[in-house]
Design a binder for this molecule. Structure first.
Ligand code: GAP
Length: 472
């Protein structure tokens, strides 16, 4: 992970935000290559959702909604994390992230140690059976340790901390102007579902997909871009007839799994985790977890939200959000199957998958074996030398494909150095223009991962890229 973070900084892919002012806890900026990777991934997700399924449409809703939305959704009352504070170092932590020792209240002998878990599900203290009494029992927390300064029993009892970021809308900073930056994009879809359905002439089953920023005032942020306070979500809400939930959950679980495999993620790095304890809105929930360098962690979620959200918005807004199926003269509140993915976390996962080191000609090489659809630059044009017309020849070839594919032209430094520069940002193909190009019109193509080289006619470059990259 450290080496990946270092590469990201060295190549300006991702780096701490406001760095010249000392940064601001866990906010990151995406430089040219990083912004491009993120955009390519978002475009790819949206294309998969809306072009491979003819019943899914796109939405781009506002970030700040009427605050009643968040009362209806349950976020004002329930979007909390238990927080503890260390009386020694004054650090604040999520209670479910700290290491504690619990004592069995029945036998007073058995002790269990619980390390922090990467989940927002409530962790009850009686969920483990006692090894000595062999029964489910209550557990009393007898020891805690501060994750920052290591002090024992210095943590305050947990108190609930709401994760929504507050702001004021309008010139007066009082209660009447309070609004929230959305903590999930999903609610924007629910409140617009009816107008989108009617204006797009859709009827269940159909989906609405949205990509956009979400904000959570996370108590602890960690693992680079995996958990930050400002992030982007790619969410798709699929509206169905009640009763079809299982069928559609099964369908979307398979779709999401195959989507990741198609991006080249190794199946042994992925696993399903079914939630036992459910968020307030969910009837069933699964996560796809990925084995990050820091351990297994949630990548994305698949939730059966039933009619919770639409019923609540109907109730709170006073607007009937039910659907009348005139073919069978039946009225019902659609149920929702949600696919919820974090764009930044998905990008981190792809970077972890892509990061490789090897040794070439006695020199260490770092390369990103990104899927060409996600790679920030698809091809680089490298004249062997700047003189004898090779610069101009290479530049003309570069110009000839610009506008169709994102390409790079690099003429400075040794050819080996230039290859390494392209490898580090994951450029799949390098075209080298040399003296033979002048004689017979061929260029060398070098493949990033295998380092295989072949000569093709310079006129074949567009065809070559079309075949290898497909529609991008
Ligand atoms: N609409 C449902 C929902 O928001 P979630 O499990 O809270 O569900 C969905 O979030 C996804 O959003 C997560 O699987 C993760 O990829 C991403 N995500 C959540 N919190 C995040 C954070 N603080 N930083 C980066 N990504 C986050």
């Amino acid at each position: 992970m450290d080496r990946l973070v270092a590469l990201c900084k060295r190549r300006g892919i991702i780096f701490p935000s406001s760095d010249i002012y000392g940064g601001i806890g866990s906010a990151y900026d995406y430089g040219p290559a990083g912004a491009r990777i993120k955009r390519n991934l978002a475009d790819h997700w949206l294309r998969e959702m809306t072009m491979k399924h003819d019943d899914i449409v796109e939405l781009d809703s506002a970030i700040i909604y009427n605050p009643r939305v968040w009362e209806a959704s349950g976020h004002v009352g329930g979007f909390n994390d238990p927080m503890v504070e260390c009386s020694e170092c004054k650090g604040r932590f999520r209670d479910d992230h700290i290491v504690s020792i619990y004592l069995c209240c029945k036998c007073q002998k058995s002790k269990v140690k619980k390390t922090g878990v990467e989940t927002r599900e409530p962790t009850t203290e009686n969920e483990t059976a006692c090894e000595i009494c062999k029964e489910n029992t209550d557990w009393q927390r007898i020891e805690t340790q501060c994750p920052r300064c290591g002090a024992k029993n210095s943590l305050t009892p947990p108190r609930q901390f709401n994760l929504m970021m507050k702001t004021y809308v309008g010139p007066i900073e009082d209660e009447s102007g309070i609004a929230y930056l959305r903590p999930e994009t999903a609610q924007g879809i629910y409140i617009d579902y009816k107008i989108v359905m009617e204006t797009s002439r859709l009827r269940p089953p159909f989906g609405i997909a949205q990509i956009g920023k979400a904000f959570r005032n996370e108590i602890t942020t960690k693992n680079f871009i995996a958990r930050t306070r400002e992030f982007e979500q790619m969410e798709m809400q699929f509206f169905i007839k009640p009763g079809d939930n299982e069928k559609w959950c099964e369908y979307w679980r398979e779709q999401r799994w195959n989507y990741l495999l198609d991006l080249g993620v190794r199946p042994e790095k992925l696993r399903w985790h079914e939630h036992e304890k459910l968020a307030h809105y969910a009837r069933a929930a699964w996560d796809i977890e990925y084995e990050f360098p820091y351990g297994w962690g949630e990548l994305e979620g698949l939730h059966d939200r039933g009619d919770f959200d639409l019923s609540r918005h109907s109730e709170f807004s006073g607007k009937d959000l039910s659907f009348f199926d005139d073919s069978v003269k039946e009225r019902y509140m659609p149920h929702v199957i949600e696919s919820s993915s974090g764009l930044n976390r998905a990008m981190l996962m792809l970077l972890c998958e892509a990061y490789h080191e090897d040794v070439q000609d006695g020199e260490e090489r770092v390369y990103l074996s990104l899927d060409p659809r996600i790679a920030p630059v698809k091809a680089a044009f490298l004249p062997l030398v700047k003189k004898d017309g090779l610069y101009e020849l290479g530049h003309d070839l570069f110009k000839s494909i610009q506008g169709r594919w994102r390409a790079d032209f690099d003429e400075s430094g040794s050819i080996g150095k230039r290859y390494r520069r392209q490898d580090e940002v994951g450029t799949p193909f390098c075209f080298t223009i040399d003296y033979q190009t002048k004689e017979d019109g061929t260029v060398t193509v070098r493949w990033r991962d295998t380092l295989q080289q072949e000569r093709i006619s310079k006129d074949q470059i567009p065809n070559f890229l079309s075949n290898k990259l497909g529609i991008i």
